[in-house]
Design a protein around this ligand. Sequence first.
Ligand code: CAA
Length: 257
Amino acid sequence: MEEQYLIVEKQDRIGKIRLNRPRVLNALNSALIGELADVMEEMDRDDQIRVILLMGSEKAFAAGADIQELAESSPVDFVMKQFFADWERIRKIQKPIIAAVSGYALGGGCELAMCADLIVASETARFGQPEINLGVIPGAGGTQRLTRAVGKARAMEMILTGKPITAREALEAGLVNRVVPADQLEEEALALAKEIAGKPPIAVRLAKQSVLKAMDLPLEHGLHFEQNSFYLLFSSQDQQEGMQAFIEKRKPNFQGK
Ligand code: CAA
């Protein structure tokens, strides 16, 4: 029987995706990443979904790219298969992604968690970029996103030594949003997802894009993007509803229009 790499469920405007390769600690082979990008793009287009929640198992969010597959690959394979193209598709998802991380988030696993917009970690979570121990370096954004997230000093140490950090250290470094007991991880991540799912979706989408621009663009261009997004939102019904509800002292009902 073929392995089912992802367990997908849609519930209360949340699209839940669970990585499911338990035998190899959710090692991320190309087929899994391709399926993940397909499912996320489908959820991005689905009006019923407002937030994507990405989870692994209790022992491992993901222990990295599949080393077996990497070991059999040549530079030409990488070029011809466009090895990181599906990671780029994940990067372009417009709806907020929350990663709920328990256990190992190593190599590509840490990089995948960093593709999310928010990370809720269990106390057991370990984040690391151990590629150096394999004679390579991170390839799915680790040297760039980790440095932006935790700063040069800590990123350099993690990437040069390959030594993982604990959930508490990740919290202190600003890599994760919160640390919760292992048995409350899904509940806490879901609560955060539901909170954001209740917000006006067009504003959420433009807010995500604007914050991401802050990582990529010089301040002047980022401010320009933010201002244009702000103006654009005044053509949405949700802006009228949000402000009218405030004036009428009632709860807003956002429709995503
Ligand atoms: N790829 C393929 N298989 C993996 C794997 C990976 N990244 N990580 C674990 N596995 C497999 C193991 O080979 C083992 O399989 P078998 O039972 O068939 O031997 C199974 O998962 C269980 O793993 P362990 O027995 O090693 O479990 P452990 O609890 O003793 O150790 C661990 C856990 C510390 C996470 C260890 O498995 C480990 O070090 N894994 C590799 C971590 C790593 O180097 N990740 C980076 C990969 S490269 C990368 O990600 C490149 C990139 O930037 C895109």
